[in-house]
Write a protein that binds this ligand. Structure first.
Ligand SMILES: [Fe+2]
Length: 348
C-alpha cells in the first residue's frame, strides 16, 4: 500500500476467551492484512551434507546459494557456520529455507510485509508493545532488503522485511505447465507456516494480533469455565494459519511446514519418505484444527518438518474456533484422536 497507515489497533488485555483480532467483525479495523507470508526460516543442522540431501532430494527444493554467513546470522551470539539457501519450486523469492551448520533448532524466521510504510508502522507498534527491536540493512541477510529484527516475548527472533531478490518459479510466468517436469522427491511447492512454543502463548498471541494484524483462527483453551490459552493458530492472509504458538519452552520450534496441493500429494510424499527412509513422527493424518491433512517427519538433524494440505479459507471475517484441552487429541489428529508423547515433547 502506498499511503501511510493511519489506523491503530488499541492494545488491550485479552483474556483467553476473547477473540484476538476479531474485536471488530464489521471489516473496518484490521480488514487489510499487510503481512504477506512466512518468507523464510533458518534452522541449524548437525550435518550439512545430510541436511542438503533431505531438503533438496527428498523434499525437492533447489539450492540457491551457499556461504559462510556473518555476524547478523547469529542473533543469539552463536557463531554462524556454513549456510545453504534453498527455494521451493513455486516460490518467487530467492529462498525460503536457510540451513546453518552446527547444532539443531531454530535460528530465526522472517515474514514478508507489503511495503516500507507497513514496516515503519509495524516498528512503531512493536516498540509500543515493549518488544526489543533493531533495524537490519539490505544485505545483512543474503538477498534480503531492509527490515526490522524483533525478539518476541517468547525469545524467538522474528525478522520483518519487504524485499527479497526475485528468482522466479521453476515453471516461469509465461504459459507455465502446472508443475516442473524435473521436480524431485516430494516436490514441495512452497513454505507455508511454522509452529513454535512459548511459556505464555497469550502474550505472543497479543503480539501477533496487536502489532502485526494477525487473527486467531483457532484457539485451544484449558476449559471454558476457567480458561487458559494453551495454543493459538493465527493467519495473516486466507490460509488457516501462517504461524501457530503452543505452550512450551521459550525459544523453541515445534515444526515448520510445506504446502502441498492435496491429499494425494500428501500420500505421494509419504511414499517418497518411505523410499528415502525419512524418520516419520505422525501421519499421513488429518487435523481437526485447520482441517488440513498432514505428515510430520524429521530432517536428519531432528528438526521437525510437516507437509500440509487443504484446510479452509480464512480471512478478515473469519471468527475463531475454540477447542478445549479434553479434545486436544481430536484437534491435532482428528481420526485417531491420539497424540503421541514425542509429538508433544520434542522441540528443537
Ligand atoms: Fe503445522
Amino acid at each position: 500500500m502506498a499511503t501511510p497507515r493511519t489506523r491503530t489497533r488499541k492494545p488491550k488485555a485479552a483474556s483467553p476467551c476473547e477473540t484476538a483480532g476479531h474485536d471488530d467483525l464489521t471489516g473496518k479495523e484490521g480488514a487489510d492484512m499487510p503481512v504477506i507470508r512466512l518468507g523464510y526460516i533458518q534452522v541449524r543442522v548437525t550435518d550439512m551434507e545430510e541436511a542438503v540431501n533431505h531438503y533438496s532430494n527428498t523434499l525437492g527444493m533447489k539450492i540457491m546459494a551457499t556461504g559462510e554467513g556473518g555476524p547478523h546470522m547469529s542473533p543469539h551470539g552463536i557463531s554462524p557456520g556454513k549456510l545453504t539457501y534453498l527455494k521451493a519450486w513455486d516460490e518467487w523469492d530467492h529462498h525460503s529455507v536457510v540451513l546453518e551448520e552446527g547444532g539443531v533448532g531454530l535460528v530465526k524466521f522472517g515474514y514478508k510485509v507489503s511495503s516500507a510504510d507497513d514496516l515503519n508502522e509495524f516498528e512503531r507498534r512493536v516498540q509500543r508493545f515493549g518488544t526489543t527491536t533493531q533495524r537490519m540493512s539490505k544485505g545483512e541477510n543474503l538477498a534480503v532488503g531492509d527490515g526490522i529484527r524483533v525478539t518476541l516475548p517468547s525469545d524467538h527472533v522474528l525478522e520483518l522485511y519487504y524485499e527479497m531478490d526475485y528468482a522466479g518459479t521453476e515453471t516461469g510466468a509465461l504459459n507455465p505447465p502446472p508443475w516442473p517436469r524435473d521436480a524431485r522427491g516430494a516436490a514441495v511447492p512452497r513454505l507455508d507456516h511454522c509452529l513454535y512454543t512459548a511459556e505464555d502463548p497469550e502474550l505472543d498471541e497479543r503480539f501477533w494480533s496487536e502489532c502485526l494484524d494477525f487473527r486467531a483462527g483457532e484457539r485451544l483453551i484449558t476449559d471454558p469455565s476457567d480458561p487458559e490459552l494453551i495454543g493459538t493458530w493465527l493467519f495473516c492472509g486466507q490460509t488457516p494459519h501462517d504461524v501457530a504458538v503452543i505452550k512450551g519452552p521459550n525459544g523453541k520450534l515445534h515444526h515448520f511446514a510445506f504446502l502441498l496441493e492435496d491429499w494425494n500429494a500428501i500420500l505421494r510424499a509419504g511414499d517418497v519418505f518411505g523410499m528415502d527412509q525419512v524418520s516419520i513422527d505422525v501421519g499421513p493424518a488429518r487435523h481437526g484444527i485447520t482441517r488440513g491433512t498432514t505428515i510430520y517427519f524429521f530432517d536428519p538433524s531432528g528438526n521437525r518438518n510437516e507437509v500440509f494440505s487443504g484446510g479452509y479459507l480464512s480471512g478478515p471475517a473469519f471468527p475463531p474456533i475454540t477447542w478445549t484441552a479434553d479434545q486436544l487429541g481430536r484437534g491435532i489428529f482428528y481420526t485417531s484422536g491420539e497424540v503421541n508423547e514425542r509429538f508433544t515433547t520434542v522441540v528443537t
